[in-house]
Ligand binder design. Structure first.
Ligand code: ZN
Length: 258
C-alpha cells in the first residue's frame, strides 16, 4: 500500500518540487508565485513548457538556458528532487494515510525553507503563517476522522519546541523569530505523533548544528559566516519524519535503559 502511494504521488511530488523552486526564487523578493511564467534569470526568455519538466528539463539541456546558453544552477533540480523524495517517501513510512499526508506536506517545505534561509537569512512569514494555521486545522480534522494523532501532544510539541527556541532567540543573536516559528511548526506536527518524534527532530537539529559549527570553524570561517539555524531544523525534521521511531527507540535503549 505504501509503495503504491509513493509511486502514485511521485508526479505530484515532482510538480510540488517545481513549484517550490518558484517559491524560493520569488517569495523572498515579495513576488507572486502564480504569475508570470518562469523566465531565464540571465536573458529573461520565458521557459518553454517542454523545458519546464521537473529535473528532466534541466538534465536534457545539461543545465543551460535553451536560448542564451547561460548556466542554470543545479540547485533547481536538486530542490525538485529532494522535495519529491520527501513528499512521496513519507507514504512509505506511515501506515495511516492521514498521518502520511501531514508528514509529506511538512517535509516537502523543508528543502525550500532551507534554501531560502541559506541564501537570504530569513524563514518567510508567507510560508510560516499559513502553515501554522493549516496544519493544526488539518490535524484536528484528521483526529475527528479517526486518524492516530494526538491533539494534546500536538499543542505540547508546539509549546515545547517553539518555546525552547524562543528562549534561545531571546538570549542569543544567532537565532531569529523565523527559527522559532519553524520549530513551532515542526513541534506541533511531530508532537501529534508523539513527543519522542519532537525529541528526535530537536536532537538531530542540535547535532547537525554542532557539526556545522565545527566544520565552519575548521574552514576558518568566523561565526558570522556560519549558516543559519533554519537548515538544521529542516534536516532534523526530515530525520524525525523518516527515522523518528527508530532513532527514539535506539536512544532510549542505549542511554535510558528502559
Ligand atoms: Zn537565457
Amino acid at each position: 500500500m505504501g509503495w503504491l502511494l509513493a509511486i502514485v504521488t511521485l508526479p505530484l511530488g515532482l510538480a510540488l518540487g517545481s513549484f517550490m523552486t518558484v517559491v524560493t526564487a520569488r517569495v523572498p523578493a515579495g513576488e507572486s508565485v502564480v504569475r508570470p511564467r518562469s523566465r531565464c534569470p540571465t536573458c529573461g526568455v520565458e521557459i518553454a513548457n517542454r523545458d519546464n519538466v521537473p529535473i528532466l528539463g534541466w538534465a536534457l539541456l545539461r543545465g543551460r538556458c535553451r536560448s542564451c546558453g547561460s548556466r542554470i544552477s543545479a540547485r533547481y533540480p536538486l530542490l525538485e528532487l529532494s522535495t519529491a523524495v520527501f513528499f512521496s517517501g513519507s507514504f512509505l513510512v506511515y501506515e495511516s494515510v492521514w498521518v502520511a499526508v501531514a508528514i509529506a506536506a511538512l517535509l516537502m517545505l523543508m528543502p525550500a525553507i532551507a534554501a531560502i534561509d541559506i541564501e537570504h537569512r530569513i524563514i518567510p512569514n508567507r510560508v510560516m503563517y499559513p502553515s501554522l494555521v493549516a496544519f493544526p486545522v488539518y490535524l484536528v480534522i484528521a483526529r475527528l476522522e479517526g486518524a492516530p494523532v494526538d491533539l494534546v501532544r500536538m499543542v505540547a510539541g508546539f509549546a515545547l519546541f517553539g518555546g525552547a527556541l524562543f528562549v534561545v532567540a531571546l538570549v542569543s543573536r544567532g537565532m531569529g523569530m523565523g527559527d522559532v516559528k519553524l520549530a513551532s511548526l515542526i513541534g506541533l506536527v511531530f508532537g501529534s505523533l508523539g513527543l519522542r518524534f519532537v525529541g528526535v527532530a530537536a536532537g538531530a537539529a542540535i547535532v547537525f548544528g554542532g557539526v556545522g559549527a565545527v566544520v565552519a570553524l575548521l574552514l576558518g570561517r568566523g561565526r558570522k559566516a556560519a549558516i543559519p539555524f533554519g537548515p538544521y531544523l529542516a534536516a532534523g525534521a526530515v530525520v524525525a519524519g523518516f527515522w523518528g521511531a527508530q532513532v527514539a527507540d535506539w536512544y532510549l535503549r542505549t542511554f535510558v535503559r528502559v
